[in-house]
Design a protein around this ligand. Sequence first.
Ligand SMILES: NC(=O)c1ccc[n+]([C@@H]2O[C@H](COP(=O)([O-])OP(=O)(O)OC[C@H]3O[C@@H](n4cnc5c(N)ncnc54)[C@H](OP(=O)(O)O)[C@@H]3O)[C@@H](O)[C@H]2O)c1
Length: 281
Amino acid sequence: MNSEKILITGAGGFIGGGLFEKLKHHNPTGVVFNLREGLNDENFIEADLRDGKRVKEIFDKFKPATVFHFAAFLSPKRNEENPEQAKEANMGITQNIVDNLSDDAHIIFPSTDKVFDGSDPNPDEASEVKPLWLYAELKYQCEEIIKKKTDKFHIVRLPIVHSLGQPTSISTKTGRGSFIDKAIIDLESGKEVTVFKNVERCFLRIEELLHVFEVFIGDTNYGTYHVGTKMMNYYDRLCALCDELGVDWKDKIIPVEGNAKPLRQNLNTDKLNNIFGIVLT
Ligand SMILES: NC(=O)c1ccc[n+]([C@@H]2O[C@H](COP(=O)([O-])OP(=O)(O)OC[C@H]3O[C@@H](n4cnc5c(N)ncnc54)[C@H](OP(=O)(O)O)[C@@H]3O)[C@@H](O)[C@H]2O)c1
């Protein structure tokens, strides 16, 4: 099967938009929810992926060999407040995708570090999941839907993904990005930002994630992978990025205490490093 026939769902989003641009030389097809301003490429198709018939039409037409499945209902808060919609847009869409996936096809799916509750100080891919929030429970259920259908998957559990403040992709041009990106943009314009000093996470630069995804195309080391930097707190991450970018942050990044749950969430990324030799910064 030719792994070059690539379909990207969520191609108008933060990560999917970045990957669509990076993989232009593969001529990918991108599915977007609505073709809004900034999303003008002949390879975009508009679809509500909750509609199983529409998903079938798309798969019958494009017969993708590699599917990057990013379309999802994000934000833990939004999921908690809209549980039915959250279930439909996470599990429902994922079920529609796998129902139409051919037996030879390869699927690549981003899950989350939130499948863990922070009680294990260094969870690896075999560690027991303990989601605290509906969003994470649904992402884990999506992992299970994929695993039930096929062995040809790369599931990546991701921490917070960020850019370097500047628009680098379709998605950031259309207003998507992380807390870190918004903080860098605010600091660049001289504003103060308050940042949690006591909340520790792994982090992931979008460019490094997109590289990992490109490495996965045609790769047969299928399985679940944790992807992220060593754990650090938000304050230290932001200060280090500002130093790297030459952004003046002295007295402008205000450290505060947060009550995020869990306070510390690590990811053991040895498997990714051992198999692919990828070091994340
Ligand atoms: N960003 C992170 O830090 C992070 C961390 C861990 C995991 N992830 C996972 O990575 C994936 C991409 O995240 P992201 O940050 O790129 O999010 P995003 O910018 O919100 O992208 C998600 C995309 O899904 C699309 N979508 C939602 N409902 C749809 C539907 N019914 N039909 C078709 N498309 C639909 C959205 O379309 P619209 O643009 O039109 O709304 C959006 O473009 C998600 O699965 C997320 O759970 C992200």
